[in-house]
Design a protein around this ligand. Structure first.
Ligand code: HEC
Length: 151
């Protein structure tokens, strides 16, 4: 390769890198759904599945369903920490208390997932107990009407 050609190659490579960086900057995750939708469509069904596992599962399919629920909960909780399309969502996620409640939910969700993968029903029940208080505390602080609404 001649010096001229390699200079062109380097320039081209730098230009491409610049474009990639610019695209990356633009692609800061934009929320696609509202926090209310995450609550109703993912977090509630997922946590109901986890909380309803009163008895140790007897079939592999039941463990699979629990694992699916825990993964759904974690994905939704992570999305919830970034924001949503609802009118208050961007303001809520800037609140340290909001993030703290969400973090407790995430931590309990991770414990639930580990328990499920270890097929440890007692640990799953323990994680389920830790999972409930952040729901209630966060609703009390940010959406008091939610607390006793029928679900
Ligand atoms: C970090 C805060 C936070 C946590 C944690 C949280 N929620 Fe919510 N939740 C909210 C907010 C805020 C709303 C209201 C959203 C809106 O109206 O835009 C809501 C709404 C809901 C709704 C809709 C209720 C209605 O009538 O509008 C349900 C159901 C719900 N949450 C269930 C749960 C469950 C179950 C958990 C725990 C596993 C949980 N939430 C954890 C903040 C939270």
């Amino acid at each position: 390769m001649t010096a001229g050609k390699s200079l062109v190659a380097i320039t081209l490579a730098l230009a491409l890198q610049g474009t990639a960086l610019a695209l990356q900057a633009q692609e800061a995750p934009q929320p696609l759904v509202s926090i209310k939708e995450l609550m109703e469509k993912t977090i509630t069904p997922a946590t109901n599945t986890l909380w309803n596992a009163f008895e140790p599962p007897t079939e592999e399919a039941q463990w699979q369903a629990l694992e699916e629920a825990a993964v759904t909960l974690l994905s939704a909780a992570q999305a919830m920490s970034l924001g949503g399309t609802g009118p208050m969502d961007a303001a809520w996620v800037k609140e340290p208390a909001w993030q703290a409640f969400n973090q407790i939910m995430i931590s309990a969700g991770r414990d639930a997932l580990s328990a499920i993968r270890a097929r440890d029903h007692d640990k799953l029940l323990a994680a389920g107990d830790v999972l409930y208080p952040p729901c209630e505390s966060c609703h009390l602080q940010y959406n008091p009407g939610v607390v006793n609404s029928p679900q």
